[in-house]
Design a protein around this ligand. Structure first.
Ligand code: FES
Length: 149
């Protein structure tokens, strides 16, 4: 576009309200194994530890941007009860050795996880149960795509 000497400078384009707002945070998912027995013997009528943990997490208010989803087995059976955190573009984590008493700390950790863009919460800011009971972490799919050659 040619600039004409003395011509009035056009005003900057006006962005719509929707385009000016920061993008909505992508949701994080807290997966909870509902079938973990964690070595407990059958107790007639009493839900297994994973189901009790799931119930405790659902009963508490989920942090903003976190959805709690029950799943049957996260393949961490010998380390139950287990939970996992995952989300688009984020590292995923699997944690074990949980029970319903850990629900507040799990939700605190989930909130911190959801507040990140990539799932990487600084080590010192993670709840102690996440620092000590991590079983695995998996990179986001975007990191597993082959690099351009
Ligand atoms: S039964 Fe819970 S991880 Fe397999």
């Amino acid at each position: 576009m040619a600039v004409v000497e003395g011509a009035e400078t056009p005003p900057p384009p006006i962005l719509s309200e929707a385009r000016r707002r920061p993008p909505a945070p992508r949701p994080a998912t807290l997966l909870v194994c509902t079938t973990c027995r964690a070595g407990e013997p059958d107790q007639e009528g009493r839900p297994v530890r994973g189901a009790r943990l799931h119930a405790a997490l659902v009963a508490a208010a989920a942090p903003e941007g976190v959805q709690v989803v029950g799943v049957e087995c996260l393949s961490a059976c010998s380390n139950g009860a287990s939970v996992a955190l995952s989300g688009p573009g984020r590292w995923s984590y699997v944690y074990g050795g949980m029970d319903e008493a850990d629900a507040p700390a799990i939700l605190d950790g989930a909130a911190r996880y959801a507040a990140t863009a990539d799932g990487l919460v600084p080590w010192r800011e993670r709840p102690e149960i996440f620092r000590k009971r991590s079983l695995a972490r998996v990179p986001p799919l975007s990191l597993s795509e082959p690099a351009d050659v």
